[in-house]
Write a protein that binds this ligand. Structure first.
Ligand code: FAD
Length: 467
């Protein structure tokens, strides 16, 4: 049986482990396994292709906001070119990664499925391989719910959508989370007739309610959004798909050329058979890890989507570094999830880090929380762009630390970074006030929010009146 210094399953964040190990240890031999295109989900099916597809419509939104001042007419998007650019980029980057995996003599690259057969032993390509350091970065895949008629009618997922050649005339999206909203926003603004059906009372339900509300308002100018409706049946009729949904006050049926199912992700652990390696999973199949990202089997780590914690590429990257340090340097570093930012790339853009208001209130008590608030239109640049949105900063009154921040509006994913840095450094909120912000840039919204603090109750009174 071939023995390796490390076995890495998945070529996304797992490549960080491979890179570090080979750089630091000139004699190390590594087995790298991926059943799909090299580069992992982020490059081949997730972050990169989705942002290459959806980003162009941001310009349409900006033009709409400035229609009073710019007399422009958008005739449509060139879907074929957008998809071609996306495929070219993904394929060429994946080929580059594959080439380096194949050419590096200390890597054995298996483009194949792996499964555990015993602790520390995997079967791949009919061979058994073994290592006492195994990194599971096996990712996740679209969750397809059991809906009557769904399989027979046919549907798209965030994976198969990438093979579309033509833009559908109409699209029904099942789900209202970030993948559903990013694609829904794109197709709706690109001219497709979009209906979004979410079973919860609001879209983007893991964001602050006032943020969901603004995105809903803005997006509903171009798409139909049905909340509190559960899709119960789908049928094919005259080449189209009819989606039947039930709400508290009765049913609605919506017809679309295509249906996109975007209701969440599920683990790939059924393929890997971790139980045969003695590795514990939770009831949904996510691999259980401790604070050091180690599974219950010593030397076996699970990072990224595989552990089901925060399913973002930047989190997977950090986890991979920590798992590597703990595995090869016995560093005993704990993964800290307190300042994990994320963004939803729709219009208006959404970004958030740390706790939501209800979580902060529950953790620290209502009287110990201060909220800083400012609208983007207060800044000169925001006014110039007619930009909607706001920044909400949640502060622990006693420690003066920011415990969460939420931004909606132009460049939210950029604006949140300043707060993330302050949180990561465990610096007080007033360090943001101490830093000079460029006037009259959008970044002032963060600084001004930190200078405009109020109690939780005053915040709610304010937004009720003003938003
Ligand atoms: C549409 C979409 C948009 C997204 N947008 C963003 C975004 O904007 N920002 C962000 O941070 N995140 C985004 N994500 C999430 C991000 O893509 C994932 O969090 C990240 O790619 C997970 O990386 P990973 O290292 O855990 O897995 P990866 O290494 O990327 O993927 C796992 C790989 O392992 C392979 N594999 C699984 N099991 C086996 C097995 N048994 N044998 C062999 N190979 C196996 C899989 O086929 C896959 O190729 C998005 C995801 C989707 C679907």
């Amino acid at each position: 049986m071939q023995e390796y210094d490390a076995i890495v399953i998945g070529t996304g964040s797992g490549m960080i482990v491979v890179d570090r190990l080979l750089r630091e240890n000139p004699d190390a031999r590594v087995a790298v396994i991926d059943r799909d295109m090299a580069g992992g989900i982020c490059l081949t099916r997730g972050c990169i292709p989705s942002k290459l597809i959806i980003s162009p419509v941001e310009v349409i939104y900006d033009l709409e906001n400035l229609s009073e001042f710019i007399d422009a007419e958008v005739k449509g998007v060139n879907f074929e070119k957008i998809m071609k650019r996306m495929r070219n980029k993904v394929e060429s980057e994946s080929r580059m990664i594959e080439k380096s995996l194949k050419e590096f003599d200390r890597i054995d690259y298996f483009r194949s499925s792996a499964e555990f057969t015993a602790p520390y032993v995997l079967e791949v390509d009919g061979k058994h391989i073994r290592s006492e350091r195994i990194f599971i970065s096996s990712g996740s895949r679209p969750l397809v719910p059991r809906i009557d008629g769904l399989e027979d009618s046919g549907y798209l997922t965030s994976d198969s959508l990438l093979h579309l050649e033509d833009m559908p005339e109409s699209l029904v999206i099942v789900g209202g989370g970030y993948i559903a909203i990013e694609y829904g926003n794109f197709f709706a603004r690109a001219g497709c007739d979009v209906t979004i059906i979410e079973m919860l009372p609001r879209i983007l339900s893991s964001e602050e309610p006032e943020i969901s509300r603004l995105v809903h308002q803005e997006l509903s100018e171009h798409a139909d959004i049905l909340t509190s409706h559960r899709v119960v049946r789908i049928e094919k009729k005259g080449g189209k798909k009819v989606v039947h949904a039930m709400g508290d006050n009765g049913g609605r049926s919506v017809t679309g050329e295509e249906v996109l199912v975007a209701v969440g992700r599920e683990p790939n652990s059924d393929i890997l058979r971790p139980e045969k390696g003695g590795i514990e999973t939770d009831e949904r199949g996510w691999i259980k890890v401790n604070r050091y990202l180690e599974t219950n089997v010593r030397g076996v780590y699970a990072v990224g989507d595989a552990n089901g914690k925060h399913m973002f590429r930047h989190v997977a990257n950090r986890e991979a570094v920590i798992a590597y340090m703990n595995a090869f340097h016995d560093a005993k570093i704990e993964m800290d999830y307190s300042a994990i930012p994320h963004a939803v790339f729709c219009q208006p853009e959404v970004a958030s880090v740390g706790l939501r208001e209800n979580e902060a209130v529950e953790k620290y008590g209502r009287e110990n929380i201060l909220i800083g608030f400012e609208e983007i239109k207060s800044t000169g640049k925001g006014q110039g762009l007619n930009a909607k949105g706001f920044a909400k900063i949640i502060i622990n009154r006693e420690t003066e630390r920011i415990v969460g921040a939420h931004v909606v509006g132009k460049a939210a994913s950029v604006l949140i970074q300043e707060v993330t840095t302050v949180m990561a450094l465990n610096a007080p909120f007033h360090s943001i006030l101490h830093a000079i912000h460029i006037h009259p840039s959008l970044s002032e919204v963060i600084s001004w929010a930190c200078g405009n603090l109020m109690s939780v109750d005053d915040y709610h009174r304010k937004i009720e009146k003003e938003l």
